[in-house]
Design a protein around this ligand. Structure first.
Ligand code: G
Ligand code: G
Ligand code: MN
Ligand code: NA
Length: 253
């Protein structure tokens, strides 16, 4: 209850920030984008994990305001990076199910692109399968977002019940294989069977594919050989502040 009250003032008090985790192209391991992840720098509790406050914010509806802040901040940052570093670059923003049902989401995204003069393909909206399951309202929002030209990634792919049917109705551009399938891919046959199936499905449907949670060179090699186009995980970098992303990209050239 205290956390709920404190979340109300956290935006105004500038207590939220975004960190960014690199996403690399597996063919040459160059950074082609990042995923934005929110952090709450609480004045007395220290850093509160999003795993703790995002589910609460989803229940109370506060995720709409928090998510709007994250979207705007990520787009502002993306525009700053465009002027600092050359080449196409995609910033992924997580959008909760509750936000997809917010009638203002599509206008918010359009405004964030336009205010920052961002091409739509510089933004990727990440939604989980469970957020869009069997819900016409959410699907309509996804269709409208796709109409703006932004990328749409299905996050945590493979973990929900009806992943496959979803692909027929949902206008996604990218599948992000959940990290639970990457974790023990080299030892558990079932895990690698799922990873293989998701990669084949992505390629058959002409979707991008990202393997999440890569921590070792062995996992990187395996997922690359399975046909994954992109990788994300501690093997390359943890989520880091925006200045560090500039350093990492500059070091690549
Ligand atoms: O960064 P970390 O691994 O601690 O994130 C924990 C969870 O919080 C992840 O499931 C992630 O998707 C979610 N999360 C992080 N930032 C955001 C955000 O800006 N919006 C939403 N909806 N979820 C987020
Ligand atoms: O649900 P979502 O995919 O948005 O969550 C991203 C979360 O995964 C973040 O909290 C991030 O810190 C975490 N993460 C990113 N890479 C790795 C990794 O290589 N290993 C583990 N264990 N967690 C990771
Ligand atoms: Mn994500
Ligand atoms: Na995920």
């Amino acid at each position: 209850a205290v956390l709920i009250r404190e979340m109300n003032t956290a935006i105004d008090e500038n207590e939220f920030s975004l960190v960014y985790q690199p996403i690399v192209r597996l063919s040459d391991e160059r950074m082609t984008g990042v995923e934005a992840l929110i952090r709450w720098n609480h004045p007395t509790r220290g850093t509160v994990s999003p795993a703790e406050f995002i589910p609460i914010a989803e229940r109370t509806g506060q995720i709409v305001a928090i998510g709007r802040w994250a979207l705007r901040e990520a787009c502002r940052q993306a525009a700053e990076w465009r002027s600092e570093l050359p080449g196409p670059f995609t910033v992924g923003v997580n959008v909760a199910g509750r936000q997809l049902r917010d009638p203002e989401l599509v206008a918010d995204v359009a405004a964030a692109l336009s205010v920052n003069k961002l091409p739509p393909e510089a933004l990727s909206i990440e939604v989980t399968e469970t957020a869009v399951l069997d819900d016409e309202e959410s699907n309509a929002a996804l269709v409208a977002l796709r109409g703006l030209g932004v990328k749409l990634a299905l996050d945590d792919f493979g973990t929900a019940a009806s992943s496959l049917g979803l692909l027929l109705t949902c206008p996604v551009t990218t599948l992000k294989l959940d990290r639970s399938f990457v974790e023990s891919i080299n030892t558990v046959g079932r895990q690698s069977a799922v990873a293989t199936a998701v990669s084949q499905m992505a390629s058959a449907l002409e979707l991008g594919s990202v393997a999440e949670g890569i921590e070792t060179a062995e996992q990187r090699d395996l997922l690359r050989s399975l046909g994954y186009q992109y990788g994300q995980g501690y093997y390359w970098s943890r989520p880091v502040p925006p200045g560090r992303i500039v350093q990492l990209r500059a070091a690549e050239r």
